[in-house]
Write a protein that binds this ligand. Structure first.
Ligand code: PMP
Length: 375
């Protein structure tokens, strides 16, 4: 029977406690939200919403075509200029998501005969970029510049190293300076995914590459998402103009995809305007993460020290993690729940977002609920 094989996979998933279900969100949810990626609390900010509404009124509900045909509006080019300038890069290219931005960057920069050196903790979108690329991928140990150096040393031809700047499971930061040094020694490019760094790390939230002094270098490319700290949707690749021009001509997820919806571009531009005016929002998100971690640890929970705004708490088992998250929810707190295959080490976790707009009382309440519901 067609698709009959799915049933066996489904049974195996049930046996392992790894079934995923969709749960629609209530627009007026009374839950305290520590599950979303809205790090700065901007998704519902009136100026961001107004940016989306104005863009939709002017340009319509969709971009109407791929970027190279009808899908480039003045909004798209304004957003590209603003992203490049804010993050300190020469040029930028906006795509429909962070996922397609990662596919674009890795595939276009890893031609036949090239080597891609990929951190073992990288996000699925970077992993998929490696799978789609024509070059050969070598996965190296997590956050290990020496392993990157060794992998690059044995290769003759074009090469790139790819890494998240902040890893999405544990919220730890990559050793960007060491990675850049290893790449430079071997004439390799460095591609970093700053999905969790933009808006949180770097001066005023200008991102991890700028914070590490790597933005604007001719051998460094960054990808970002507009869907986390900017509270919008979409993604971008930032880098030297020659790299961005190459992507326009070679990156299939750019060329064959409909341009970003105008409302999303308008929302992202409004969020960047806000962030320029209120740079303290980034530091506040980092401070909330430190406070959240301190309180969780004091309560005896196994929380990983955060480098940005993601705080990860280890759970005893996948089933335990699911039950823990459900019990938190029943007590009014929404938290993320990461299980295999989304975690590289098989350890399930609660994943908490240290939103910059959380009050001290809300942080205290969240920690109390997590402590009281622990399995
Ligand atoms: N990279 C990382 C590290 C992410 O966490 C995510 C989002 N989960 C993405 C890329 C994909 O971004 P988007 O959701 O905009 O497709």
């Amino acid at each position: 029977m067609a698709f009959g094989w799915i049933d066996e996979q489904d049974r195996a998933r049930h046996r392992a406690g790894l079934v995923r279900v969709l749960r629609p969100r209530d627009a007026a949810s009374p839950l305290l939200d520590l599950a979303s990626n809205d790090y700065l609390g901007l998704a519902r900010h009136p100026e961001v919403v107004e940016g989306a509404v104005r863009a939709a009124r002017t340009w319509g509900g969709g971009a109407t075509g791929s970027r190279l045909v009808t899908g480039t509006t003045a909004l798209h080019t304004d957003l590209e200029r603003e992203l490049a300038d804010f993050c300190g890069f020469e040029a930028a290219l906006v795509l429909s998501s962070g996922y397609t931005a990662n596919l674009a960057a890795v595939t276009a920069l890893a031609p036949h005969g090239s080597l891609v050196v990929s951190d073992a903790g990288n996000h699925a979108s970077l992993i998929d970029g490696c799978r789609l690329a024509r070059g050969t991928t070598q996965v190296v140990g997590h956050a290990d510049p020496d392993a990157v150096r060794k992998a690059l040393a044995g290769h003759d031809g074009p090469a790139v190293a790819v890494s998240d700047t902040v890893f999405s499971v544990d919220g730890d930061a990559a050793p960007l300076t060491g990675l850049a040094e290893a790449c430079r020694e071997h004439g390799a490019g460095l591609v970093v995914d700053d999905a969790h760094g933009l808006g949180v790390l770097g001066d005023g939230g200008r991102g991890a590459p700028r914070g590490a002094g790597l933005a604007g270098r001719d051998d460094v490319v960054a990808t970002v998402t507009l869907s986390k700290s900017l509270g919008a949707q979409g993604g971008a690749v930032l880098g030297p103009a020659r790299v961005i021009d190459h992507l326009v001509n070679a990156a299939r997820t750019f060329i064959f995809d409909t341009g970003l919806a105008p409302a999303a571009a308008g929302a992202a531009l409004a969020a960047l305007t806000l962030l320029r005016r209120e740079p303290e929002r980034a530091a506040r998100a980092r401070a909330v993460a430190v406070e959240l971690h301190g309180r969780l640890t004091a309560a005896g929970l196994d929380a990983v020290r955060p480098d940005a705004a993601v705080v990860s708490v280890r759970a005893p088992s996948p089933e335990g993690a699911v039950r823990w998250a459900a019990d938190c929810r029943a007590a009014g707190l929404s938290v993320g729940c990461f299980r295999p295959p989304s975690v590289p080490d098989g350890v399930s976790r609660l994943r908490l977002t240290a939103r910059g707009d959380l009050s001290g009382e809300q942080i205290e309440r969240a920690v109390r609920v997590i402590g009281e519901t622990r399995p």
